[in-house]
Design a binder for this molecule. Structure first.
Ligand SMILES: *Cc1c(COP(=O)(O)O)cnc(C)c1O
Length: 336
């Protein structure tokens, strides 16, 4: 079985495990874990921010980004398919008690949309909630959000007194695809969340980066949520190893995604395209799950739902696996 459900399936390599086993540790709740500190400094350096805080999950990094930037009853502007909205169990409503104002369709908000949303909100309008935070995601379902669009949207938000957050769970993939450093993708945001546990292949962990004040408040928030970890250097060492040794290889995942999409696009019933490390197959309405089942019968596990199937490339999936997956999907296409 070739498992292409997610890049979260990436497992630590032998060298990563060795780095973890040898990590120097201390009590991170006392701020005394040297490996966690080193990781936080390295992340801040890579993202061009003053500081960063290590957290167990991307979910927590996102929620802290929201928590520090909003007060109860304020608006966060996001896409209906952002992870914040669809994949964090309503935590935005439970923990920060904010009002999401959602757009759909286009992966980033147009000037016209932003303009219509801001209109009246700050002119003594007693009906509207206060807009607090503009949320973006890059990559978004594997798609790279162009930097010009990010710059435009973040400048708009700042000019209207809103803060900005980037869900950069796969920021590393966006930077790789754009051929820029991670700091360029993070530019213009007051807070940025990144994951080490996706394509980078660390077993655990994410970070929230931003200015010192933002990160200090997020550090307090992390403790509030029960995310104070003790000798976390053991897992942070895996993240540090991933940042230093696995970022460059993300380009291989992107190349494999291109190769797989090229092989299967145009097979009977299959329209496929590559987006960074993902291959998305668009299916007739409602047949995503049925397509994924057909793929699984022939040896490829994928996530299917709605009108699409998602396949994600990762470190363990080599060129031979891409070839085998393409042949399996070719057989499966006869069942569609
Ligand atoms: C995976 C993911 C997260 C959350 O990461 P976890 O570590 O699984 O909580 C957040 N945002 C996006 C876009 C993701 O893909």
């Amino acid at each position: 079985m070739i498992d292409l459900r997610s890049d979260t399936l990436t497992a630590p390599t032998t060298r990563m495990r060795e780095a973890m086993a040898g990590a120097e540790v201390g009590d991170d709740v006392f701020g005394e874990d040297p490996t966690v500190r080193e990781l936080e400094e390295e992340v801040a350096g890579l993202l061009g921010t003053e500081a960063a805080v290590y957290v167990p999950t991307g979910h927590m990094a996102n929620q802290l980004g929201l928590f520090v930037a909003s007060r109860s009853g304020e608006e966060v502007w996001a896409h209906e398919n952002h992870h914040l909205i669809g994949d964090e169990q309503g935590a935005a409503a439970v923990l920060s008690r904010v009002l999401p104002r959602l757009y759909s369709g286009d992966p980033w908000p147009s000037d016209a949309l932003l303009g219509s949303w801001i209109a009246g909100a700050r002119e003594g309008n007693v009906h509207r909630a206060e807009p607090a935070l503009l949320w973006l995601e890059n990559t978004f379902s594997g798609q790279v959000v162009p930097l010009a669009e990010q710059d435009r949207a973040t400048a708009f938000a700042h000019s209207h007194g809103m803060r900005t957050h980037l869900d950069g769970a796969r920021l590393w993939n966006a930077a790789t695809a754009l051929g820029v450093g991670p700091a360029r993708v993070a530019q213009g945001f007051d807070s940025v969340s990144v994951c080490f546990s996706k394509g980078l292949g660390a077993p655990v962990g994410s970070a929230l980066a931003g200015d010192a004040e933002t990160v200090l408040r997020a550090r307090r928030g992390r403790k509030l949520l029960g995310g104070g970890m003790r000798q976390a250097g053991i897992v942070a060492a895996g993240a540090l190893h991933a940042l230093r040794h696995h970022r460059e290889r993300l380009a291989e995942d992107h190349a494999h995604a291109e190769a797989l999409a090229a092989r299967i696009d145009g097979l009977p019933g299959i329209r496929a395209s590559a987006r960074t490390n993902m291959v998305l197959v668009s299916t007739p309405e409602g047949l995503g799950a049925a397509y994924a089942e057909a793929f699984a019968r022939h040896g490829v596990r994928a996530l299917g739902g709605g009108d699409r199937v998602r396949m994600v490339l990762r470190q363990e999936i080599g060129a031979e696996d891409v070839d085998a997956a393409a042949r399996a999907i070719e057989k499966a296409s006869a069942d569609l």
